[in-house]
Structure formats: structure tokens, C-alpha cells
Design a protein around this ligand. Structure first.
Ligand code: BGC
Length: 492
């Protein structure tokens, strides 16, 4: 067990109280049939738990990515103005910001699992309403509901995954959330391509596009019902017995002594925690809050969603591409994004997070810088392909670093008592940054006479500025237990 230093008195360890031994022997003594039955409360292996636990990410990616293909169709069907279409796109981001902010204290109070179920229900409701919307107003309401769900999932999932994962693999397992986001984006692009012009059973193509989100939403609901509650949350509510059971079932590869030691450590730190809430967050977790909000704002201000949401427009407006070719460019970038994120899951626990972040910043700053200079001084008519390659390099830089790590960190750096609410603030900052970039990108592009060099130069400056930010404000979390991180952050 990692001893927790300081003047505060550590409570009796689990092993001292014998609770762990009692529970373990209770489980061991059960007849096989009953054991199987008991374990149906947590009948799942870790692969299932982490995959389904991260599923909120797929809906996040799908619901934010799908609108790029669906919005022109909705615009012509409902005869909307450009401003109304823009609002349909951004209403999800407003909902997400509100959803992220409101979910945190609820999840510290009611637990991660219950709220994952609530967000799955919101996903179902929002997707159903989107697919059946009869006009602008209903669509906006549906998109805001969907946003609430996306925002909630984006604040809940990182904390849930971080709290379940063993410290040696927490980086990779938490990166599954980002992997699901990129997979969701790719599915959205595929759904846009697949349903375009297909009015199956007399139902308009865009309704199929938006309605296909019902499938992952239903999966998330089923997963939510089956998934175990986070052991750390259970300890914070004094339910050691179930915390021990969950830990035993998700740490099948270690012996019981290690599970007991882990539970002791969680218990020791939880016993020192205060009661949580916003006031506590600002009182005890200011360095973590600054790191979380900063990393999330930078993650958006480097301009990732100008590429994810608007790449076809960039190639149509900037390089005169026809629409059908431009859509394929974004599919290609979606694939690069997804594959690079697979690489990220493989390397996440091998390199310090701060080094990876700085590596990503350098790759993004250099690729965007070269792209900007090239488009300002070169002959734009021959620059489409080099621009595409540089954007792919930029995406790779983002996907192995800032994409996953921003979400991994907000699940790691807050003390247990304010972890839910802390990740809420971080997540809300991400949605705010996303909203700003999405609202202003096309205007910015127009302001530079459709020269992509303009907006991308600004994003490149943010990528460069992110380096000193990481050096000064981001703590290194790789390989440390959440309790060790909590101790270090409290000392700061
Ligand atoms: C960001 C999203 C972005 C996605 C792209 C996520 O980490 O938060 O805004 O669309 O990465 O892969």
C-alpha cells in the first residue's frame, strides 16, 4: 500500500478491520452455482466493462459529426435560413455545455452508473426526436436534449473509466473514450455517405442519418444497466463491501492482497476527503481546475473541429473542390484520426503524458505553420494535395496527444470528493471552446478571403502557446494511483 503521509491520521486499513478477508472468504465459500449467480450482478469481464463504459464517446462523436452531412438536407427540407441551420448545428454544443456542468455534482451524489443510465435515456429521447422532427423548433429542442446527453457523457465517462482502471493501464483504458469518439465520427461520416439520397421506405435520408444514433444509444442503456458502480464512488459512500466486490471482479489478474492494498489506499484518501460541492472545488482543487479548464480550452483552440466539422467546406471554398470529392477528403481524415487514436491507446502508458502533449503541440504548430505560410505565399491552385497531407499530419499530432490526454486528465486530477464536479467544469470548458471555434471558423475563413492559411495560422499560434501551458500547469499522472495524484495535487 502507498502510505499517505502528513499530519492527518489514516483510518484503520481494510486488512486491519478484516472486512476484506470476511468478504473474500464469503465469496470463496459460496457453492459454485451460487457464486455464478452472485456474480451475475457483475457478470462481466474487463473488456466488456471498459468498452461499454466508453460507449458514451461513440455517441459524442456520432452526434457531433453527423450534422455536417445532415444539415444541408434539413435546411432545404424545412426551408431554413443559413442562421437557422447554423443554430441547429451549434444548439448541440450549448446543450453539451449545460449537460456537462449539471451532471458533476449529481454524479458525486448519486453515482456514476445511475447517471450513465440517465444520459443513455436522454440520448434515446434526443435521437428519436431529431429523427422525427417536424420543423425548426422541434429540431432545436431535440438537438439541445441530445447535447445534454453528450455533455453529461463527456463529463461522466472519463471519471468512470479512470476510477475503474488499474494505475498501470489507466492511460490506455481511459483513451478508449477518445477512441470511441473518433469511431463515432467515422460512423457518422459513413452514415452520411450511406444514407445520402436514400429515402428508404419513403422516409427522408436525413431522418435515417439522425435516427441511426438510436442503435448506439440503446447499447449504452444496456451497458449502463449491466456495468458495475465505480469502486471509488462506493467507498466515498461507505459501501466498502460492494467496492471490494467490484475491485475483485475487475482485477482478476492480481492477487487478493493487492486488491486489499488498493482498497485500503482508496479508503485512506477518501476518509480525508471533504464533502464536495462547488465551494470545495474552488477551495481544495484550484490547481486541478486550472489545469482541466486550460487543457480543455487549448484542446479546442488548436482548431480540431474546424477540420472535423468543416473540412468539406474548406476544400470546396478554399480549393474549389466539387461536393462529392470534398466529402471523401473528410472520410480520409476521419480514418487517419481513428487509426492514430488506436496508436495512442497502445503508447499511452509508455510515455509521460506531458511529453506526449508537448510532442503533439510541436507537430500541430509546425504542420499548421507550414500550411499557413505555404497558402499565403504559394499558388493556391496547386496546393490542395500538400494542404491535405499537412492536415493529416496535424490530425495525427492531435490524435496521439491532446485528443485523448485532455479527457484522460480530467478524470485523473481531481480529488475524489469533487471528481464529478471537477470533470464537469473541464468538460464544460471543452464545449465552450468548441462552440467558439465552430461559430467563428467559417467567418474567419471568409475574412481571409477563403485562404485557409488565415484561420490555420491562428490555430498554429494556440498550438505553440500550449507548450508553456503544459510545462507550467499540467501535473504528470502516468503510472500513479489516483490517490497519489490526489496527494500531490493537494500539496500544490
Ligand atoms: C474533442 C472533440 C473532437 C474529437 C476529434 C475530441 O477529443 O474533444 O471536440 O471532435 O476529439 O477526434
Amino acid at each position: 500500500m502507498t502510505a499517505v503521509q502528513g499530519s492527518r491520521t489514516a483510518p484503520a486499513a481494510l486488512s486491519d478491520t478484516g472486512v476484506a478477508d470476511t468478504i473474500a472468504s464469503e465469496i470463496a465459500a459460496l457453492p459454485e452455482g451460487v457464486k455464478a449467480k452472485t456474480s451475475t450482478r457483475f457478470p462481466l469481464n474487463s473488456a466488456f466493462i471498459f468498452t461499454f463504459g466508453a460507449l458514451g464517446g461513440m455517441l459524442f462523436g456520432f452526434d457531433t459529426g453527423i450534422i455536417s452531412g445532415a444539415s444541408p438536407l434539413i435546411e432545404s427540407d424545412f426551408q431554413l435560413s443559413v442562421a437557422q441551420t447554423g443554430f441547429i448545428t451549434s444548439s448541440v454544443l450549448i446543450g453539451s455545455c449545460v449537460g456537462a456542468l449539471s451532471i458533476g455534482s449529481l454524479s458525486d451524489h448519486f453515482g456514476r452508473k445511475k447517471l450513465l443510465i440517465v444520459s443513455a435515456l436522454l440520448f434515446l429521447l434526443g435521437s428519436g426526436l431529431c429523427a422525427t422532427a417536424t420543423g425548426f423548433l422541434m429540431m432545436v429542442v431535440a438537438r439541445i436534449l441530445l447535447g445534454l446527453a453528450v455533455g453529461a457523457a463527456s463529463a461522466l465517462t472519463p471519471a468512470y473509466l479512470a476510477e475503474l482502471a488499474p494505475k498501470e493501464r489507466r492511460g490506455s483504458l481511459s483513451t478508449l473514450f477518445q477512441l470511441m469518439i473518433t469511431f463515432g465520427i467515422l460512423l457518422a461520416y459513413a452514415s452520411n455517405l450511406g444514407f445520402l439520397g436514400q429515402n428508404i421506405a419513403g422516409i427522408r435520408d436525413w431522418r435515417w442519418m439522425l435516427g441511426s444514433a438510436l442503435i448506439p444509444a440503446a447499447l449504452l442503456l444496456i451497458g449502463g444497466l449491466l456495468l458495475p458502480e465505480s469502486p471509488r464512488y462506493l467507498v466515498s459512500k461507505g459501501d466498502e463491501r460492494n467496492a471490494f466486490k467490484v475491485l475483485t471482479l475487475i482485477r482478476k489478474d492480481v492477487d487478493q492482497a493487492q486488491v486489499v492494498a488498493e482498497l485500503d489506499e482508496i479508503k485512506t484518501v477518501a476518509a480525508q476527503d471533504t464533502k464536495g460541492g462547488v465551494t470545495e472545488l474552488f477551495r481544495i482543487a484550484r490547481p486541478a481546475l486550472l489545469a482541466a479548464v486550460g487543457i480543455m480550452l487549448f484542446q479546442q483552440l488548436v482548431g480540431i473541429n474546424s477540420v472535423i466539422y468543416f473540412l468539406p467546406q474548406v476544400f470546396i471554398k478554399g480549393f474549389g473542390f466539387p461536393e462529392n470529392q470534398a466529402i471523401w477528403v473528410s472520410v480520409g481524415i476521419g480514418v487517419v484520426n481513428f487509426v492514430s487514436t488506436i496508436i495512442a491507446t497502445l503508447i499511452m502508458d509508455r510515455f509521460p503524458r506531458k511529453k506526449l502533449l508537448m510532442f503533439g503541440s510541436i507537430v500541430m504548430a509546425v504542420s499548421l505553420g507550414v500550411l499557413a505560410v505555404m497558402n499565403f505565399v504559394g499558388d493556391v491552385t496547386v496546393l490542395a494535395v500538400p494542404t491535405m497531407i499537412l492536415i493529416a499530419v496535424y490530425i495525427l499530432g492531435f490524435a496521439v496527444s491532446w485528443g485523448p490526454i485532455a479527457w484522460v486528465l480530467i478524470g485523473e486530477i481531481f480529488p475524489l470528493s469533487v471528481r464529478g464536479i471537477g470533470s464537469s467544469f473541464g468538460s464544460a470548458a471543452n464545449w465552450l471552446g468548441n462552440f467558439i471555434v465552430s461559430q467563428f471558423f467559417l467567418m474567419l475563413l471568409a475574412a481571409f478571403g477563403n485562404n485557409v492559411g488565415g484561420p490555420f495560422a491562428i490555430f498554429g499560434i494556440f498550438a505553440a502557446l500550449s507548450i508553456p501551458f503544459v510545462m507550467k500547469f499540467i501535473p504528470e499522472t502516468k503510472g500513479k494511483s489516483l490517490e497519489q495524484i490526489e496527494e500531490e495535487m493537494t500539496r500544490r
